[in-house]
Write a protein that binds this ligand. Structure first.
Ligand code: ADP
Length: 237
């Protein structure tokens, strides 16, 4: 048995041994998805509420899965309605929210999925921890800053949360009661004030091609271009 409570109720992890799966990443990569090869990695979309994280994540996930590339989108609200439902929006609980979410992303990524995370994740320190959690086990992690000004996000007010934050119903709302620390050195910036949703998604697709996460053999590139359907319209790369 691994974890047990000591007399002082502290969790003792001394007797924990990390078990290494017999199945390698290479073996997984060869049996899942349409194109052979391990593509597990995490795309960490960070930005203000309403910046466009979920829209881009779902658009990209839809595109990748239709193409036969394993992908899964982990959304902040979904994490908070299940695994993290006992956490508040205090600084400490936000930290724990990100730590747990990053651990889940790590497992998805290790299983061979392109894992697309949409989390406001306002603090640099927490995002660095998410990166470390992946890099410590040799998984690629990309921080993607979804950039839109507070004014624009507030005018979009997709979920009516800014209104609630302004009238005091919600406390500690990122951008109003609480700070958002802009990423200093993100792997990619998507400016959703300058681009449409499809353009942002295509920028991300090209980024993944450049990083060799999405296969870019001539046959695949043709297939990728032929399959680019967003919002029921075909969009050219
Ligand atoms: P978040 O997940 O960051 O809170 P959402 O994706 O829920 O944001 O909402 C963003 C809103 O902004 C949506 O209504 C979306 O249609 C709109 N939007 C406008 N331009 C873009 C873009 N380039 N990328 C993503 N969303 C955009």
């Amino acid at each position: 048995m691994g974890i047990f409570l000591q007399e002082d109720n502290q969790i003792n992890t001394n007797n924990i041994t990390i078990q290494k799966n017999d199945v390698s990443r290479e073996m997984r990569g060869n049996i899942i998805g349409k194109f052979k090869g391990f593509r597990g990695c995490t795309l960490w979309l960070t930005g203000l509420s309403g910046a466009g994280k979920t829209s881009i994540a779902f658009n990209l996930e839809n595109y990748l899965v239709k193409l036969g590339i394993p992908a899964y989108s982990l959304d902040g609200d979904n994490m908070r309605s299940g695994l993290n439902k006992n956490l508040t929006f205090s600084k400490e609980d936000r930290q724990e929210n990100i730590r747990r979410s990053a651990e889940v992303a790590k497992l998805f990524s290790d299983s061979g999925h392109i894992t697309i995370c949409s989390f406001v994740s306002p603090f640099s320190e927490d995002r660095s921890l998410a990166r470390k959690i992946h890099q410590d086990v040799g998984l690629k992690f990309f921080e993607i800053f979804i950039n839109a000004s507070l004014d624009v996000c507030e005018s979009r007010d997709v979920k009516g949360l800014y209104e609630k934050a302004r009238n005091g119903t919600i406390k500690s709302f990122t951008g109003i009661g609480q700070n958002y620390q802009v990423p200093i050195d993100p792997d990619l910036i998507l400016d959703t004030e300058q681009q449409t949703l499809d353009e942002s998604t295509i920028t991300l697709v090209k980024f993944l091609e450049g990083k060799k996460i999405i296969p870019n053999t001539p046959e695949c590139r043709v297939e990728i271009r032929n399959n680019l359907f967003f919002n029921n319209q075909q969009t050219k790369l």
